[in-house]
Design a protein around this ligand. Structure first.
Ligand code: SF4
Length: 366
């Protein structure tokens, strides 16, 4: 089954056209809302009310904040808008996975993955990506811009399953550590007591490991993330050998895996916070026992998990998915050496589920 709904009827695109280039409320912290209330000479208690409308009731327009006086709403609306982006398209897979497209200047994707009691949202952080991973459709699209916190939070708040979501992974389009300030802002709104109130344990950020800053002497985005919130970390590892990894992930040259591992080993992952490693399996490239043994050596002493993922063919590449028997042999080798490894099922195969595929198709047909 492959269904598209253009301009989802209950949402529509009207807010995109009504709301102009005003400053966005979505993504602001309670302190920032207090500041803006004071600037606009609004009652100070309005800040908490606005936060409630944004993060609990999730309204898409200031007009709908009905416990604010008409005057307060009108003063607020002169300078601000909510900043909501409604989904433009959905595609529903036979297995229940649902992909949403949001028009943020170009299309970005959010994928909702139901699994018994769990509803996980895979969220995008950028329009396209600079990292250029050879096996990734988003990487091939190039970089078109960062998403702001309002655009990130819209992926959570304005999908049909918003109230059902149990977990989120920053694993969609883009490298979240390359847009860290907006990603941290969104995570704060999701986890703060004045915000959605989620535990950070429900959120995982996935990265290729941006382990140095462009600004000399400044702490790296990876360390800033680990210091700045308590969400889990997943590293896209894919190959333990630097020279081979660089052929798949060109940024290995600037952000070597060795340095990422050195940083990770300085942090504590023995308690509530977890670190995991994503390992996409490509036939003949990273699926030998030599690779498995090197991976074991690299992860020694670290409490972690390895998620093995069979490559989801995106067409027109030299990459081929590993054979299932080879994947099972690899998994067994890791497990025998004491590394927790699981083979992750690929979901939504019939709806162009590989990151960046559906948005690429819809972008070309815009
Ligand atoms: Fe960017 Fe992730 Fe794709 Fe690499 S895999 S190009 S980091 S979106």
């Amino acid at each position: 089954m492959f269904k598209f709904f253009q301009n989802v009827p209950s949402f529509g695109k009207i807010y995109l056209s009504l709301e102009g280039m005003k400053e966005k409320l979505l993504g602001k912290s309670l302190d920032e809302l207090r500041e803006l209330c004071s600037e606009l000479s609004l009652p100070s208690y309005s800040a908490k009310q606005i936060a409630d409308w944004l993060y609990r009731k999730r309204v898409s327009s200031i007009d709908l904040m009905t416990n604010l006086s008409l005057k307060t709403r009108s003063v607020l609306a002169e300078r601000f808008e909510v900043g909501a982006v409604m989904p433009s398209y959905t595609a529903v897979s036979r297995d229940g996975t649902k992909k949403y497209l949001f028009d943020c200047g170009s299309f970005v994707e959010a994928v909702m993955i139901p699994d018994e009691e769990r509803y996980t949202l895979c969220v995008s952080s950028q329009r396209g990506c600079k990292m250029g991973c050879k096996f990734c459709m988003t990487g091939r699209q190039g970089f078109k811009g960062n998403l702001d916190a309002a655009q990130i939070l819209s992926q959570f708040f304005f999908i049909e399953e918003a109230e059902l979501l149990t977990n989120a992974v920053f694993m969609g389009m883009g490298e979240p550590l390359d847009n860290l300030s907006e990603v941290l802002r969104a995570i704060e709104c999701l986890t703060a007591e004045w915000g959605v109130g989620w535990s950070p344990k429900r959120i995982t950020l996935s990265s290729i490991g941006v382990n140095s800053s462009l600004v000399k002497g400044e702490v790296s985005p990876l360390e800033k993330f680990l210091d700045g919130c308590k969400a889990h970390l997943a590293i896209s590892l894919h190959n333990p050998f630097s020279v081979e990894r660089a052929l798949m992930i060109p940024t290995e040259k600037g952000f070597p895996l060795e340095k990422t591992m050195e940083i990770i080993k300085r942090y504590d992952f023995t308690g509530q916070r977890r670190v995991s490693f994503e390992y996409i399996m490509f036939k003949g490239l990273n699926d030998s026992l030599r690779h498995a043994d090197a991976l074991v050596k690299m992860l020694r002493g670290l409490e972690c998990r390895v998620n093995l993922i069979r490559f989801h063919d995106i067409g027109d590449t030299e990459f081929v998915p590993s054979d299932m028997a080879v994947i099972e042999r690899f998994e067994e080798r890791l497990q025998k050496a004491g590394v927790v490894a699981t083979l992750r099922a690929s979901r939504g195969q019939d709806i162009e589920a590989a990151c960046g595929m559906l948005s690429g198709i819809k972008e070309r047909n815009k």
